[in-house]
Each structure stands twice: as structure tokens, then as C-alpha cells.
Ligand binder design. Structure first.
Ligand code: HMG
Ligand code: MG
Length: 299
């Protein structure tokens, strides 16, 4: 059965922009994007990433972005923190929540964060402790849950094991990343069936990229199974620098349009979101990845 409401986690300013080729996107554009998204009713915005600027140059101004935004009350502004250095930066920038990230695939973890899965979990231990001492909640990401660009198919049991470890460590929620968008609805359902034996479905979120155009169908499949937190990116912006061929997350507008049609509440204003989508794609000089925004058009 379908949930009454879904919490949308807007990852556009982070996942959407981290891989943008060409010039570094001005801090002011990132700040305005985040402000527009919160104004559209999104209550959770992943705003930045405290990672190495050598690895991900587009996220190099994370502190300045956090300092520049208007903090709307009731909105959570989150950031990625792969290690203690990142967490320290995030705390200094007064980030509301942080996220740690690992993967169900060894090869992907090596390429993405330069360590093994086991080492990544060990790195998270001090992050969990310090975050807790500072009253900061920690979200966990597990990438490559439906396939890996280097290792191919991933056993759902392997996904479940990493998710369970991150939950036991203290993550309040685990976001399941179909990093390269290779999943299909039945596969997504079967993966969730196995993972939810180790981690209650209430603690799981879906983070689906749309590389093969399956993300919306996959989302519907897992929402039917009880997932009520969905990560999306305005205009379908984005990709992952360490996953060749990866396209953006499923577009926020497309998910919202589907949820509205299902009578599922989100608190997000579609018109404001579509206006923001056209604005940001114009700023970036790229085409819009949302079918809904293309259909509705500009004002
Ligand atoms: P490393 O090279 O092994 O780390 O990278 P290191 O500790 O040896 O440090 C190397 C240099 O980076 C040093 O500088 C550090 O100070 C600096 P140097 O002495 O050479 O001048 N450094 C930092 N600088 C700023 N902030 C930091 C930081 N840490 C080290 N936090 C590391 C390891 C994890 C740092 C690196 O691999 C990294 O930053 N990786 C980030 C990769 C990334 O951001 N990927 C995209 C996000 S994940 C994703 O998109 C998937 C997701 O969306 C879910 C899905 O779709 O599946 C979440
Ligand atoms: Mg992602």
C-alpha cells in the first residue's frame, strides 16, 4: 500500500552540481538555488559537500555556500562528510545534518573515497561520535545497490550487510543509491525485500539515478513496498564523478507530479519548483532533464 506522505530529500545542489563540467559554478548561484528550493517548500536540502576540492572541485566552496544561504525555519540543510576533516568543516559551517557514504561494491568504494568498504566504516566511527556530541544527525548512503560500473551485479545480501553496519553505527536513515541507474522495478523490489530483513523499511530511503530512464518506475515499485523518503534533484541535474556514464538523479518535479497524482503529500509547490528548474538550467546553460518542467514550460 502507498504512504500518505513522502519526504523529498532535494539533492540537486550537491549531487546535481558536483559533477557539472566546465567552469566552477559561482557560489551566488548555488546559494540562490538552495534559497529557491526551500521557498518551493522542500524541507530537506542537501546543500554542500565537505570533500576534497581536488577530488570534487565544484564543491570547493561548501563553507561559503552554507554561510550565504537564508536559513528557513523548519528546513534541514545537510552536507556530505567523508571523513573527520569534512565533519569539522561542516560543524564550523553550522550544517544541520551530515551524511557519510560508502557502497555495496569494493571497486566503487575505492574509486569514490579511496579506501575499502571496511576502512570506510572505520572512518565513520569517529564521525558518528563527534556528530553525536554536537547533536548532529547522520544519514548514511550506500551506493551501487542495483549494480556497479566496475563490478556489475551486486548481491542484495551485500547491500543489506553494509546498510545494517551503518545503521548499527548510528545512522538514523540509510539511503539506497542506484548510482548508475541500472535498476528495474522488479530488481529494486527484490533488493528491498532482502535489505528490509536487516533494516526496517522506515529507516530506508531511495536514491535513484535515471541513467536508463527507469528511476520513476523503480521509485513507484519501492514506494509500494513502504519507502517514504525519496532523494531527487531539481531538473534531474547531476551524476557522479566516479561512475562513468551516470546521469542525474530522478527529477524532483517528475517525482512530485507522480506523487501529486497518487494523492501523496509532500508540501512542495510544483509551480515554484518548475520555475526554479528553468532558472537553474538557464544559469548552467544546460538542457532540462525533467519531462514535467519541459511540459509545463517557462512562465
Ligand atoms: P584521499 O586522497 O585518500 O585523502 O581522499 P587524504 O586524507 O590522503 O587527503 C588528501 C588531500 O585531501 C589532503 O590535502 C587533505 O587535506 C585533503 P593535501 O595535503 O594533499 O593538500 N582532504 C580534504 N580537503 C577538504 N575536505 C575534506 C578533505 N579530506 C581530505 N573532507 C577523500 C579521500 C575521502 C578525502 C576523497 O576521496 C574524497 O574527497 N572523495 C569524495 C568523493 C565524492 O565526493 N564523491 C561524490 C559523492 S558520493 C555520491 O555522489 C554517491 C551518492 O550520491 C549516492 C549514490 O548516488 O549512489 C551519495
Ligand atoms: Mg547520487
Amino acid at each position: 500500500s502507498l504512504p500518505k506522505s513522502v519526504r523529498i530529500v532535494e539533492v540537486g545542489p550537491r549531487d546535481g552540481l558536483q559533477n557539472e563540467p566546465g567552469d566552477i559554478i559561482p557560489t551566488e548561484v548555488k546559494v540562490e538555488l538552495i534559497n529557491r528550493l526551500s521557498d518551493a517548500g522542500l524541507s530537506y536540502v542537501e546543500a554542500a559537500s565537505f570533500v576534497s576540492p581536488k577530488w570534487v572541485p565544484q564543491m570547493g566552496d561548501a563553507s561559503a555556500v552554507m554561510a550565504g544561504i537564508n536559513r528557513k525555519s523548519g528546513v534541514t540543510y545537510a552536507a556530505l562528510t567523508p571523513n573527520m576533516k569534512g565533519l569539522e568543516g561542516a560543524i564550523e559551517a553550522k550544517v544541520d545534518e551530515v551524511a557519510v557514504f560508502s557502497a555495496a561494491s569494493e571497486a566503487f568504494t575505492q574509486k569514490n573515497i579511496n579506501c575499502s568498504i571496511k576502512e570506510s566504516l572505520e572512518r565513520f566511527t569517529p564521525i558518528m561520535e563527534t556528530a553525536k556530541a554536537n547533536n548532529i544527525r547522520v544519514r548514511g548512503y550506500v551506493s551501487t545497490v542495483l549494480g556497479c560500473p566496475y563490478n556489475g551485479d551486486i548481491a542484495p545480501e551485500q547491500v543489506a550487510a553494509v546498510c545494517r553496519d551503518m545503521l548499527d553505527m548510528g545512522c538514523y536513515e540509510i539511503s539506497l543509491g542506484d548510482t548508475i541507474g541500472v535498476g528495474t522495478p522488479l530488481k529494486a523490489k527484490k533488493m528491498l525485500e532482502v535489505v528490509s530483513k536487516s533494516v526496517p523499511v522506515e529507516k530506508l530511503a531511495a536514491h535513484f539515478h535515471d541513467t536508463y530512464g527507469q528511476a520513476l518506475a523503480n521509485l513507484y515499485a519501492v514506494i509500494e513496498e513502504g519507502i517514504a523518503v525519496v532523494d531527487t534533484s531539481v531538473a534531474g541535474l547531476g551524476g557522479c564523478p566516479y561512475a562513468k556514464g551516470a546521469s542525474g538523479n530522478v527529477a524532483t518535479e517528475d517525482v512530485l507530479y507522480m506523487l501529486n497524482g497518487l494523492g501523496i503529500e509532500t508540501g512542495v509547490d510544483l509551480n515554484k519548483l518548475v520555475a526554479t528548474s528553468h532558472w537553474i538550467t538557464q544559469q548552467l546553460g544546460r538542457s532540462n532533464g525533467s519531462k514535467v518542467s519541459l511540459a509545463i514550460g517557462c512562465e
